[in-house]
Design a protein. Structure first.
Length: 206
């Protein structure tokens, strides 16, 4: 992924995680959030925004892991991973700090210039719909979505992670689970085709 695109996904992911951390502990002296919970909330926000507006919020690379779908760059940000380039890591640390293996906290306000109005709509959807669940319940819920389920068999062979495709986000979860923006079959097919076309065009410029 080109450096500028990596930086864009890092900026969006940092502010999305920061947004959730503020939501999680409004009024508390330390705004701390469980990492796995935040990553699952970001998945639902990305799914919502992609289905409604044709692009994800974060634009992270997604992988299926045993604990559900994971946005790769966002995970590295929450963990302050050394796999981030120095510029991206420096940016993320202006807003977030890792507390321990499982939690991070916000240390600055959300940068309003990074998140669009529709980004915030998707983040609010994720928080209002799923924010009351524990990280383990959220993990279990994500296992009912097709983009993860299609990689489950490969994970059972011992692979630590399997690449996911955004085009699968247009498919429906198991009955009884929130699709993250309702679409008819015709609407899903059109939305998926438009997304794939936009990806083809974007790849021509890489």
């Amino acid at each position: 992924m080109p450096a500028l695109q990596i930086l864009a996904s890092v900026r969006k992911s940092t502010q999305a995680l920061n947004y959730f951390a503020h939501k999680a502990s409004s009024g508390a002296p330390i705004r701390k959030l469980n990492k796995m919970k935040a990553l699952k909330l970001l998945f639902f926000a990305d799914r919502y925004h992609l289905r409604k507006y044709g692009r994800p919020v974060s634009n992270c690379a997604y992988f299926a892991m045993n604990h559900g779908p994971v946005a790769s760059e966002a995970k590295r940000i929450a963990e302050e991973s050394t796999h981030l380039d120095s510029r991206s890591r420096s940016y993320a640390r202006r807003y977030l700090r890792r507390n321990d293996l499982y939690h991070f906290s916000t240390i600055a306000d959300v940068d309003d210039a990074v998140l669009s109005k529709t980004d915030r709509e998707a983040l609010d959807f994720a928080w209002q719909t799923f924010g009351h669940y524990t990280e383990f319940r959220l993990r279990d819920i994500t296992h009912h979505y097709p983009e993860w389920k299609r990689r489950a068999a490969t994970l059972r062979t011992g692979r630590p992670r399997v690449k996911m495709e955004y085009s699968d986000f247009f498919d429906e979860p198991d009955p009884g689970y929130n699709p993250c923006h309702e679409l008819s079959k015709k609407e899903r097919d059109i939305a998926r085709e438009l997304y794939l076309d936009s990806e083809t065009v974007a790849n021509l410029w890489k």
